[in-house]
Design a protein around this ligand. Structure first.
Ligand code: FAD
Ligand code: UQ1
Length: 416
């Protein structure tokens, strides 16, 4: 049995940022981080690894070096939450009692939900790949290199996912790759999405539709991958507008974005979650709707923002101030506006930087039209963001770009 003031479950993007902020304020050994993994991955780099622009070993650090020294790391998994008794039981047989709990367990990748997919991904020399897992991301560039003709098919599942732009980023990078290699005339690029539109924010969707047309990419909406027949190189899709109607697509290369959900241990704790399995928080304060000493940050929270590291960054000062208020016995007052951001990499030197809030209204940081493809935004995504992540965000110093945006607007660089 162990006790702590604040227990952070999950030492990924949101959990590590919260542990850094809170342990710095509260002092040594007040904060416990429960996290079973040895490595902390900077997942936004996976898209670039898929395109051969970065290596997998550049995307991770040792968890011990990333988690704050002032917090105590318990290298175990949360197995059961008991919010009525303020305890979490762990895979090592511990029961940790907390005053305040922050759930930052991210999303679970459910590759096994698509029949045939795991077998296809795990066949040596497979032409099926996925940027979403460190286990499969290296296969993406290998697939690109091997594909000389036929259909390169890209999928987007029928559920909320992290970085909803990533499934199309890898399609655009692939398009650019095949053009550079002089193979594009022989390779069809097919982007099959379960969504009814290419992107949820109209301002960027319009720019992306033009790009798709100009680059001759086939877009099929409301198509959900339901099976992979690896031996025949066939992917089976369901037409979500006509349930039960299936299409078979022959592929030379298949890039899969898997179904995702909150981790089972979280989703199974019915007291803590909404019917869809996400931690039931107030979308403004990120405090639990029933248990006032419980908060959630990042992908496992029920707040209806687009799930990204950028969103977790913008949530982090809100959760920090609201937890501090709760510790002082006060009601939470800080509010998260739903900010999220998605650098939509469109090739080997260009990027559209989408930024928006709960209303799906663009909230742009820079004094230029971010819906245009730009090298500056690509450089920021590829070279600056990793530094910002490791040096600032993981040490609790990055609260998202709101301050930067205000400075640009005070300097009258704003567009309006
Ligand atoms: P994570 O960072 O995933 O961390 C969750 C942690 O919880 C993990 O360390 C895990 O081991 C731990 N955990 C899980 N279950 C348990 C348990 N039972 N007990 C204890 N610990 C547990 N975001 C952007 O802002 N910009 C981008 O360009 C971008 N691109 C992306 C591209 C790809 C391919 C991917 C996969 C993601 C991308 N993201 C991007 C999204 C971003 O990485 C996530 O939104 C972010 O990491 C979410 O943070 P989190 O803390 O909620 O979860
Ligand atoms: C961001 O804050 C963030 O989290 C650290 C990302 O993930 C790596 C991003 O991709 C982006 C774009 C932001 C937002 C930052 C700026 C400067 C617009």
């Amino acid at each position: 049995r162990q006790e702590c003031q604040v227990l952070v479950v999950g030492g990924g993007t949101g959990g590590c940022a919260m542990a850094a902020k809170l342990s710095s304020r509260l002092g040594s050994d007040k904060v416990v981080v429960l996290e079973p993994e040895d490595k902390h991955y900077y997942q936004p780099m996976f898209t670039l690894i898929g395109g051969g622009m970065k290596r997998l070993d550049q995307s991770h650090r040792q968890m011990a070096d990333v988690l704050p020294k002032k917090a105590k790391w318990v290298k175990e998994k949360a197995l059961e939450f008991d919010p009525d008794n303020n305890t979490v039981s762990t895979s090592g047989g511990k029961t940790i009692k907390y005053d305040f709990l922050i759930i930052a367990t991210g999303l679970q990748l459910n590759y096994e939900k698509i029949p045939g997919l795991v077998e296809a991904l795990e066949t040596p020399g497979s032409n099926v790949c996925s940027i979403y897992s460190p286990k499969y991301v290296d296969q993406v560039y290998e697939c690109l290199r091997r594909t000389t003709k036929g259909n390169a098919v890209f999928t987007f599942p029928n559920c909320p996912i992290k970085c909803a732009g990533a499934p199309q980023k890898i399609a655009y990078i692939s398009d650019h790759y095949f053009r550079k290699m002089g193979r594009r005339d022989n390779v069809n690029i097919i982007y099959n999405t379960s969504l009814p539109v290419i992107f949820g924010v109209k301002h960027y969707a319009e720019a992306l539709m033009k790009l798709i047309k100009r680059r001759n990419i086939t877009l099929n909406v409301q198509r959900n991958l339901v099976e992979v027949r690896h031996g025949d190189n066939i992917a089976v899709f369901e037409d979500l507008a006509n349930p039960g109607v299936h299409y078979e697509e022959t592929y030379s290369m298949l890039h899969v974005t898997p179904p995702m959900s909150a981790p089972d241990v979280v989703a199974n704790c019915k007291k803590l979650v909404t019917p869809t399995g996400f931690v039931d928080v107030d979308q403004m304060t990120l405090q639990h709707n029933k248990y006032s000493n419980v908060f959630s940050i990042g992908d496992s929270a029920s707040s209806p923002n687009s799930k990204t590291a950028a969103a977790a960054a913008a949530q982090s000062p809100v959760v920090f101030r609201n937890v501090m208020a709760a510790i002082e016995g006060k009601a939470p007052t800080d509010i998260y506006d739903g900010y999220s951001s998605c650098p939509i990499v469109t090739g080997y030197s260009s990027c559209i930087l989408a930024e928006f809030d709960y209303n799906l209204t663009p909230v742009e940081t820079f004094p230029l039209d971010q819906s245009k493809e730009r090298y500056s935004m690509f450089f920021m995504k590829k070279e600056l963001m990793p530094l910002l992540y490791w040096k600032l965000m993981m040490n609790g110093y990055w609260n998202g770009p709101a301050l930067m945006r205000k400075i640009f607007s005070v300097l009258k660089f704003n567009k309006k």
